[in-house]
Structures are given as C-alpha cells and as structure tokens.
Design a protein around this ligand. Structure first.
Ligand SMILES: [Fe+2]
Ligand SMILES: [Fe+2]
Length: 176
C-alpha cells in the first residue's frame, strides 16, 4: 500500500470515528437515562463522556491533517444516535446492551486500524492516543458484553448478528 492510500484510509477511518462517536454519545445519553440501576446509569453516563472526548481528539487529528468531517455522515449519525437513544426506552434491557457491545467491538478495531495507518505515515504523535482510545473502547466492550450474557434471546440474536459477548468475556478473563 502506498503512502497516499494509507492517508486516504486513515482519513476515512477518522471521519467514520468522528461521526460514529457522535452517534454513540447520543445513543448512550438515552441509554443511561433508560436504566434503573444507579451503578449502570453512572457507568453508561461515563462512557457517554468518554465518547465525546474521543470525538474531540479525532476532530483535532482531522484538523492536523487539514481534513474535515463529512456533513452527510454527521447528519446520518446524528439521526441514528437520536433514534437509538429513544428506542432504548422501548426495546428493553438486553438489546441496547448487546448492540452497544457489538458497536464497541467495531470501534476497538477501527482505532487499531487507524494507528497502523498513522504508523505507516510517520504520524507518531497520533499513535499513543489512537491506542489509548482503542483500549477505552475495549473497556466499553467488556462492560456491555458483561450485561448481555445469559439472556434467553442471546442465542437467536447471536445467530443473526454474528457477535458473541461470551467470547469477549473469555478473552478478557484470560488477560487478567
Ligand atoms: Fe469512543
Ligand atoms: Fe466506546
């Protein structure tokens, strides 16, 4: 892959992440409000704040590259975030936890991929922050996965959406 392609892919990942973080923060703002358990509410609220911090960091990276977020992606992600936020109040406990875990899993990979492109481009100052954001997304993934285990709907949802929170927990416990 040449330098131009690494740059193109990095910018794409950053734009996806920038708008994705907006959707995530909006979704979590509804998610924590829909929860009853005070500890869970506080954790999801903290995750919402961390997504907004990520968005600010990614925004700075785009600026440093002299690139801008995509307006259409911002609009689309705003709508998705708001829709999910409202739906958290009607679809029960399990599905928001499951899909949040699945989304966080994708975020972990996204920031790792961005770090790899940054390293090819010699953008050393981006790399620690990208790894740090990936690690935070991993913590989010583990939290949401731990809440989606052992639900009667899990076998069906897992078969359709091909993501298993048990695997996340197994990897996490093998690390600690
Ligand atoms: Fe994030
Ligand atoms: Fe996250």
């Amino acid at each position: 892959m040449d330098t131009q392609e690494h740059r193109r892919r990095l910018v794409l990942l950053l734009r996806m992440a920038y708008s994705g973080e907006l959707a995530a923060a909006l979704a979590y703002s509804g998610h924590w409000r829909s929860l009853k358990d005070p500890e869970e509410r506080a954790t999801v609220q903290k995750i919402e704040r961390e997504e907004l911090e990520h968005r600010a960091t990614v925004g700075e990276m785009l600026k440093a590259l002299d690139e801008k977020p995509q307006v259409w992606r911002e609009c689309m992600m705003w709508m998705i975030g708001r829709t999910v936020s409202i739906s958290c109040f009607v679809i029960g406990y399990f599905l928001p936890m499951y899909f949040a875990g699945k989304l966080e899993h994708a975020n972990v990979m996204e920031y790792e991929g961005a770090a790899e492109h940054a390293s090819h481009l010699g953008l050393e100052r981006f790399i620690p922050e990208l790894h740090h954001m990936s690690a935070t997304e991993r913590e989010h993934e583990v939290f949401f996965s731990s809440k989606a285990l052992n639900h009667p709907l899990l076998p069906l949802v897992k078969a359709i959406f091909r993501w298993d929170p048990h695997e996340v927990m197994a990897i996490d416990s093998s690390k600690s």
